[in-house]
Design a protein around this ligand. Structure first.
Ligand SMILES: [Zn+2]
Length: 366
């Protein structure tokens, strides 16, 4: 099969389109033919060796995968470990536990989780003790096929196409996890969604609106601000204007925002505290602008602020995201779609920060 491999770190990294052996499924694994795969900032970190995780090259990146099952691995195991095998396959006997067939359309939970640790057992697979990132620690979806554990699969609702799935699976479910698991939105809350044209930001605006919140967002260009407004943000501010936190105080009649969905880090995170209402919460899932900040703890405890980390998603968040997409409550924003042999150009485009929404790769696009 054909696969893109990162052979040297950058930026720009050196990518090669190579013929590689077809992946073989082990017990409890399936092979998915990739129909569409989304790019994320995580891929850029992989490209530039910017992850605090050792990575072996060559590596096929890509974690936001939608496709069709083409092969199912053997589940043949000794009697004694039958139940373990069932768990590993996601056939754990729960009502509705999925059984998979060749031809099924699926999305993949890219935080590959063990299914057995204390966190996985209670459905919090985002904090699995033995998680691996698909497309970072093992080969991902910028290829014609990928092998993944069956337990990582989520069935695509009939009305959700592969591109919609690939545009929402990672960033959309990250926002779902932030807004419905790590933090809770009350109807009437003011929510600030940072970067309304980004993958997480564009989903966060829509989710917060559906939960009854009033949404403020940010965008560094007029096109990005227009997109954020179109998605449902009532007010969209330019983060290049140093006074944007003061503007939020004005908009909210000095109250501030009750919840911030943050994924930029650095100075932006600190500015978010200036916008935050008393008893307010910042939930953060990224740090593209800086991983280290100096935080003044006095206002943090006096105003009873909360700063909450959020990592990836649980499989349940992915299911909810796809259900919302099927119901038309969550729409993907797709900037552009590249064929597999132009994956390097797709990376360059995302790195340029001129994209509105998602950049996707379709391995079978000609
Ligand atoms: Zn686990």
């Amino acid at each position: 099969m054909k696969a893109i491999q990162l052979v040297a770190h950058g930026p720009p990294g050196k990518f090669e389109l190579r013929d590689v052996p077809d992946p073989q499924p082990g017990p409890g694994e399936v092979v998915v033919q990739v129909q569409s795969c989304g790019l994320n900032h995580l891929d850029l970190w992989l490209e530039e060796a910017g992850l605090p995780i050792p990575v072996k090259l060559p590596r096929t990146p890509g974690g936001e995968i939608a496709g069709k099952i083409v092969e199912i691995g053997s589940a043949a195991v000794p009697e004694a470990s039958q139940r373990d095998a069932q768990l590993r396959q996601g056939y754990d006997g729960r009502a509705g536990a999925p059984r998979w067939n060749v031809g099924d359309a699926v999305a993949v939970q890219s935080n590959l989780f063990c299914g057995e640790c204390e966190f996985c057992r209670r459905g919090e697979d985002s904090v699995c003790l033995r998680s691996e990132i698909l497309g970072v620690q093992r080969d991902g979806g910028f290829a014609e096929k990928v092998v993944v554990p069956a337990r990582a699969l989520v069935r695509l609702p009939e009305s959700v196409d592969f591109d919609t799935s690939a545009a929402l699976t990672l960033a959309g479910s990250t926002a779902m996890h932030m807004l419905t698991n790590r933090a809770q939105v009350r109807a009437g809350d003011w929510v600030l969604a940072i970067g309304g044209a980004s993958g997480v930001g564009s989903a966060a605006i829509q989710i917060a609106r559906h939960l009854g919140a009033r949404v403020i967002s940010t965008g560094s260009t007029e096109a990005k601000r227009a997109l954020a407004r179109q998605l449902g943000a009532e007010f969209v501010l330019d983060p290049n204007d140093a006074n944007w936190p003061a503007e939020i105080r004005k908009i909210t009649n000095k109250h501030g925002v009750d919840l911030v969905v943050e994924h930029v880090g650095g100075e932006v995170l600190l500015k978010c505290f200036e916008c935050l209402a008393r008893d307010g919460t910042i939930v953060t899932c990224g740090a593209t602008a800086g991983r280290e900040v100096t935080l003044n703890l006095w206002p943090l405890f006096v105003k009873q602020h909360r700063l909450i980390g959020s990592y990836g998603r649980n499989r349940a968040d992915l299911e909810t995201t796809l259900e919302w997409a099927a119901a038309g409550k969550l729409k993907p924003v797709i900037d552009s779609i590249f064929p597999l042999d132009q994956t390097a150009a797709a990376f360059a485009m995302l790195r340029s920060r001129r994209v509105l929404g998602k950049v996707l790769v379709e391995p079978f696009k000609t």
